[in-house]
Design a protein around this ligand. Structure first.
Ligand code: BF8
Length: 662
């Protein structure tokens, strides 16, 4: 059933609405097929959880000690310890932020230690991204001339590792090297410069434990400090370490969507976030020995497909076809065509194993932290990488061997494929668009009305992929260039918006530019940690314009927020002065006027300090120059983005005679 949530002033969809509104016909076909087969997915389990608890939905439930859980509402203004609503709400948001920070941090740790393994000549790993190593050496002041690249990479990586784990008050080096000077001054003035990822997680948990900090403004400051550590240690660290190891993405045309699976092939999916072992497994799957093994098993070949961010890493660097995102990971198993899913870390939901068991799919786990009962476990540890090549081969063999065992009677592959133009790095976006000065000119003249990053997860609280695709279609029609990552990117890739023929869907300025340059109006820039590429683009355009990021027509859009990791994504852009549009209210009591108890006809303001801080005119807007908008209806959300970009353009005198398309 649809559920109206007066407390948030929204309605959440039922399964029928997911089926009716999802933009990808392949997803719809699989939702209906699994329903007919009586196989449950997350969309069914969402129904079982309704009605969801309104205390939890608004962040007014505290489980930070064993006196609780405590709830704040009409019956109690404080928790048992005396904590008030503001401290509870901001504490909950901060704990989600640092959980996401820890996830990206663990990803960064694996990537960085893999660079060290490569630098030490271990496990046949090579350093293919010499250009990134040298750039970082230059930024960090590490001597590079005349030295072996491995030595330079090792020294640079040690600095990234210090940023991940420093405990003293020395500066976070990546922030100093890459953040715009204007921002560094702002953050210094606010006292929110971080030490390291690990220290800020420790401090955030310390501050929110029983009897810790109850001044919500100090918690809010720590939230912003942790967001900076999230950005400049875990995001930049993961993305840079991966680029040092495997090189930068290269542009190419490929095919995506569920129809890339082939009934007579071995179908192997790569799922998760950490690309290191994934890259080696891909090499093995393409080796003559494994191809021969597939042929001997009766397969016509091997199809490799990507899920979530590991898929996007392979898409960006190798053009490997992607299939779907966190919301579709059960649906793709419902094709009955998947022989094996190789999963590493994060966003692999337990439901995937349930579906895998229904359809005879082999799950292979490769992250030593993340085990799934009943899965084949072949862990990778970059600090003991000696077995990497042999283990990757073992995984590739196991995937192929699953082909012979699998029940082929249940195969149902939606015949939907989509062309995609992929492989966008920070560097090749700048080059393709003609450099930062040219981008400023495109913005100033109104050819582009703005640039927005549209990213993040899926949530069953909005119709599956509908918000991603509707917002993107609306905004490119209004000449807003989009960059995308994560699960949003899968939705937009499958919809064809990242494809070579998508220029026709863009407005007159963006469409003309896309045709001139041979680019799509939506650029898929990688996995979630690669939002660094967009952030670097914003900073470089700001430098070229001589205008602070906060004053430029930029926006962050998270249409379907889900994972704890997305909290930090939005705040990362926010602290840089880029306002957020969020597609579903966060766990914060919203500012909705509501009837005053006992006084019919009277309204009370229904607001609170935390929402005022994040979304009002006196909080983060004054401190960092950006705020958070929330709108679950995507066409209205697009209007908010247009309004925001137009105001920025007006303030700059860039509005010109062009109006924003409606
Ligand atoms: O890091 S968008 S559900 S897959 S968290 Fe996860 Fe969210 Fe998808 Fe990649 Ni990002």
């Amino acid at each position: 059933m649809k559920q109206h949530l007066p407390v948030l002033n929204v309605e959440v969809p039922d399964k029928a609405e997911h089926v009716a509104s999802t933009p990808n016909p392949a997803s719809r076909e699989l939702l209906q097929r699994l329903e007919a087969l009586g196989v449950e997915t997350l969309f069914d389990r969402f129904e079982q959880q309704k009605p969801q608890c309104t205390f939890g939905l608004t962040g007014r439930c505290c489980r930070m000690c064993q006196w609780g859980p405590c709830r704040i509402g009409p019956r109690a203004e404080r928790g048992i310890c005396g904590k008030d609503q503001n401290a509870m709400v901001i504490g909950n948001v901060m704990r989600a932020l640092v959980a996401g920070l820890s996830a990206h941090g663990r990803h960064a740790h694996e990537a960085m230690f893999s660079v060290l393994a490569a630098a030490d000549g271990k496990a046949h790993l090579a350093i293919k991204g010499e250009a990134r190593v040298l750039e970082l050496a230059g930024r960090f002041g590490v001597p590079a001339e005349g030295r072996p690249i491995a030595d330079v990479a090792r020294e640079v990586t040690r600095i990234l590792l210090e940023d991940l784990g420093r405990l003293d008050a020395s500066p976070l080096r990546t922030l100093e090297a890459f953040a715009p000077p204007e921002r560094q001054e702002t953050w210094r003035g606010l006292g929110i410069l971080p030490r390291s990822a690990s220290y800020e997680v420790m401090e955030a948990l310390h501050m929110t434990t029983l009897g810790g900090c109850t001044d919500w403004t100090a918690l809010a400051a720590q939230e912003l400090r942790a967001a900076l550590a999230y950005c400049y240690s875990t995001l930049f660290g993961s993305s840079f370490a991966t680029e040092m190891l495997f090189g930068l993405p290269q542009q190419r045309i490929t095919t995506v969507n569920y129809g890339i699976l082939k009934a007579d092939h071995v179908n192997v999916l790569m799922h998760g976030h950490s690309p290191v072992m994934v890259e080696v497994i891909l090499e093995k799957l393409r080796s003559p020995e494994i191809q021969q093994l597939a042929s001997a098993a009766g397969a016509a070949g091997i199809v490799v497909g990507g899920l979530c961010c590991s898929g996007e890493e392979l898409l960006a660097r190798h053009g490997v076809s992607t299939v779907t995102n966190i919301g579709g990971q059960e649906l793709v198993l419902g094709t009955g065509a998947v022989d094996a899913v190789v999963v590493d870390m994060q966003c692999v939901i337990p439901g995937a194993k349930i579906l895998a068991d229904c359809f005879g799919t082999q799950i292979i786990t490769t992250c030593k932290s993340n085990r799934i009962p009943g899965a084949l476990h072949v862990p990778f540890d970059p600090e003991e990488p000696e077995q990497l090549q042999a283990d990757a081969e073992r995984v590739a063999r196991a995937a192929v061997e699953a082909f012979a065992r699998r029940d082929r009677s249940k195969i149902h592959i939606p015949q939907v494929t989509t062309a995609a133009q992929v492989g966008w790095s920070y560097e090749n976006i700048l080059d393709t668009l003609g450099g930062a000065e040219r981008i400023v000119e495109l913005l100033r003249s109104g050819t582009l009305k703005g640039i927005a990053t549209i990213v993040g997860c899926n949530t069953p609280k909005v119709p599956y992929e509908h918000n991603h695709v509707t917002l993107a279609r609306e905004l490119i029609r209004s000449d807003v260039l989009l960059l995308t990552t994560g699960c949003c990117a899968h939705a937009l890739l499958n919809d064809g918006l990242c494809g070579p023929d998508a220029a026709g869907q863009a407005g007159p300025g963006l469409g003309r530019l896309c045709r001139q340059l041979g680019i799509p109006p939506v650029l898929a820039v990688g996995g979630c940690v690669d939002n660094t590429r967009t952030l670097r683009l914003f900073a470089e355009v700001s430098r070229a314009a001589g205008v602070a990021v906060k004053d430029l027509p930029f926006m962050f859009i998270g249409p379907e927020p889900g994972n704890e990791k997305t909290v930090g994504q939005g705040l990362t852009f926010l602290v840089h002065g880029v306002s957020n549009l969020v597609g579903f209210p966060g766990p914060i009591p919203p500012a909705i006027p509501r009837p005053k108890p006992g006084e019919p006809g009277e309204l009370e303001r229904g607001s609170n300090d935390v929402i005022d801080f994040l979304a009002g005119t006196e909080g983060v807007l004054k401190l960092v120059g950006a705020k958070i908008y929330t709108e679950p209806e995507p066409r209205l959300g697009a209007q908010l983005v247009r309004m925001h970009l137009r105001r920025k353009r007006l303030a700059l005198g860039w509005a010109g005679q062009h109006s924003m398309g409606q």
